[in-house]
Every structure is written in structure tokens, then in C-alpha cells.
Design a binder for this molecule. Structure first.
Ligand SMILES: NC(=O)c1ccc[n+]([C@@H]2O[C@H](COP(=O)([O-])OP(=O)(O)OC[C@H]3O[C@@H](n4cnc5c(N)ncnc54)[C@H](O)[C@@H]3O)[C@@H](O)[C@H]2O)c1
Length: 310
């Protein structure tokens, strides 16, 4: 019989790529997303998946959706790094409490393993050493990162208390097709969208901030590997392991995509760490996962998608 999995937040950017990959792995895939959520990201696979409309904050919806599921992927987030400090109470209520309900219900429904997509860009805070390993101190600078880290800790507690198995994948900065260009998360999609619509690009700070961008179709493949991983490790960085400054990304736009655009530099923001590059060698060793797609290749695919769809 096919192994089954449910992806909470599966109609979003990352979830749609995970759903695609898990279908290729011959799994029975259920996507759970908001009532009336756009199905655009999963339109091409809609006939092959089960789609449940529900509210992640509603325990009854969660409990019903978990019946006969072997694996759970948790991707729902109601906040973004840039806005999460504005209302930490909301962050706790909508993300932390609801995640705890999910884990309770997973225990109740004998789920084999929970995969939580955490944020390698925020949980570590300002790095003392680059590239950042999984055992680097965690000092998040925003509520978003604090909540991600707290959810991680509760997963560990649920394993100790109730035997619920789990793996945490700390994603760096994924980019690629279907990323929402109108959100503050997802620099590459956001900038390319502005260029397509002939708008001036606005950069917070001097453009020297360094981030670790990896192609989402590579990242999605880490989930199946995490399902299969029986090692004692519970936390993995998922990243390219290479850092680019924003100015270097702009240069890639000019040289690789042959684009012309205007740039305006704005004052820097307090919560932006200067550099974030994640060491992905543990994932390579234990999950046998490595990023396969060249940055330039991923960039071209993203630009093509934005030209055709946005
Ligand atoms: N995109 C990134 O750069 C990045 C990096 C690291 C971690 N993450 C984390 O990965 C996860 C997915 O990110 P994404 O970029 O795919 O986001 P996304 O916004 O594209 O997808 C999230 C999905 O969750 C759904 N959702 C939100 N609230 C819901 C609710 N109450 N009930 C049901 N569904 C709900 C949304 O409709 C959406 O389809 C998030 O938890 C995010 O914090 C993202």
C-alpha cells in the first residue's frame, strides 16, 4: 500500500513543490489549506492529490484531516519575519498554539513522523561563525524566529513525553517558481516582479547583506529523505551553502538575465542580520541531500515563470 502524507499549507509556494516531489515518490498526497485558498500553485497536480479545505487553527479540522496519514509536513505560518514583531500575541496564538494542537492530534492518530519546515534565516540570529552549523547558538531577532524555535523545542518535548517522531528542516532562502512576489519574504521573486513591471527596486541598507539562496525544487526533495531518516539527528540545515549579497544578486540579474533596472537604497532595518549562510554538510552526510541546481539555472527558471505568470 502507498505511504500517505498530509501537507499543511500545501497550496503555498514551498508546499506545492513538496507535493509535486512526493507524488513522484509514489506517495498518496493530501494538501490541507485555507478555505477558498487559491489552488493555482497545485492546479497542475490537483487530479493526483486530495485537497482538504480547512483552518489550521481549528482542532476539529486538523483531527479529521489526520485520519490514516503516515507522515505530516507542517508549513503553515500566519506571520512573516518582517511583520511578526508588530503583534507577537497573534504570532503565539496562530502559530505556536495551533502547532501544539497539531502535535497532540498527531500522537492521537499514530502519525509516524512530523516534518517541520523551520527558518534557518531567523532562528540563529547574528552568526558568530559562517557557515552556520545546526549546533550554532540560537538568538532570533524577531518573533517569527522565536516562534519557529519554540515549535522546534515542543517537537522535542513531544518526542520525549509521547514518542512522536519528527525531523526539523531549517530552510535558508528558497527561491523559484510560484513564490509570491508581493510578500516581504522571497527577495528574488519580489525584485524580478518589480523589474518585469518596470518599477524601481528598493533595497533596505547598502545591499551588502548576504543570504543563502537555494532552488526550491532541490529543497522539496529533502522532505522525502527526512521521512526515511532513522538517525538520531533531528535538525538539518537545508541550503546552498553559498552566500550572495543583494548587490551580487542584482549583478546576476544584469549579467545572467540581461536585465536593466533602477535601484534605490533605503535605510537599513534593525532585524536584518548582516549575513546568513548555512552549513548543509549534515544533510549531505545523513540525508544524502545536496542542492543540485546551479544558481543561474534556478534564476532563469524563476524569471521565465514570472514573465509567463505574474
Ligand atoms: N519562503 C521562505 O523563504 C521560507 C524560508 C524558511 C521557512 N519558511 C516557512 O515555510 C513555510 C511555508 O512558506 P511558503 O513560502 O510556502 O509560504 P506560503 O504563504 O506560500 O504558504 C503557506 C500556506 O499556508 C496556508 N495557510 C496559512 N494560514 C492557514 C490556515 N490558518 N489554515 C490553513 N492554511 C493556512 C496559506 O494559505 C498558504 O497556502 C512557512 O511556515 C514559512 O515560515 C519559508
Amino acid at each position: 500500500m502507498k505511504q500517505s502524507c498530509i501537507i499543511y499549507g500545501g497550496a503555498g509556494f514551498i508546499g506545492s513543490h513538496i507535493a509535486e516531489d512526493l507524488l513522484l515518490k509514489n506517495m498518496k498526497v493530501t494538501v490541507f489549506d485555507k478555505l477558498n485558498a487559491s489552488k493555482r500553485n497545485v492546479a497542475h497536480i490537483l487530479e493526483k492529490i486530495d485537497f482538504i479545505e480547512g483552518d489550521f487553527n481549528n482542532e476539529i479540522d486538523i483531527n479529521k484531516s489526520l485520519r490514516n496519514k503516515d507522515y505530516v509536513v507542517h508549513l503553515v505560518s500566519s506571520t512573516l519575519p518582517a511583520s511578526s514583531n508588530l503583534n507577537p500575541y497573534y504570532d503565539v496564538e496562530s502559530n505556536l498554539i495551533s502547532s501544539l494542537h497539531l502535535f497532540e492530534r498527531c500522537v492521537h492518530n499514530s502519525v509516524k513522523k512530523v516534518i517541520f519546515i523551520s527558518s534557518g534565516g531567523t532562528v540563529y540570529g547574528n552568526p558568530t561563525k559562517l557557515p552556520i552549523k545546526e549546533d550554532h547558538p540560537t538568538e532570533p531577532l524577531n518573533s517569527y524566529g522565536i516562534i519557529k524555535l519554540t515549535i522546534e523545542k515542543y517537537l522535542s518535548l513531544y518526542k520525549n513525553l509521547k514518542g512522536q517522531d519528527y525531523k526539523i528542516l531549517r530552510f535558508a532562502n528558497p527561491f523559484g517558481e510560484r513564490q509570491n512576489p508581493l510578500l516581504s519574504q522571497g527577495l528574488i521573486a519580489h525584485l524580478l516582479y518589480k523589474i518585469k513591471h518596470k518599477q524601481t527596486i528598493e533595497i533596505w541598507g547598502d545591499g551588502k547583506i548576504v543570504r543563502d539562496y537555494f532552488y526550491i525544487k532541490d529543497g522539496a526533495k529533502a522532505i522525502y529523505r527526512a521521512f526515511q531518516d532513522n538517525s538520531d539527528n533531528s535538525i538539518y540545515n537545508i541550503s546552498s551553502g553559498t552566500g550572495y549579497s543583494i548587490n551580487q544578486i542584482l549583478d546576476k540579474f544584469r549579467r545572467v538575465l540581461k536585465l536593466k533596472f533602477r535601484v534605490k537604497y533605503l535605510p537599513s532595518r534593525k532585524f536584518d542580520v548582516k549575513a546568513n549562510v548555512l552549513d548543509n554538510r549534515l544533510a549531505a552526510k545523513q540525508l544524502k541531500w545536496t542542492p543540485e541546481t546551479e544558481f543561474n539555472e534556478g534564476l532563469k527558471n524563476t524569471w521565465r515563470y514570472i514573465l509567463d505568470n505574474q
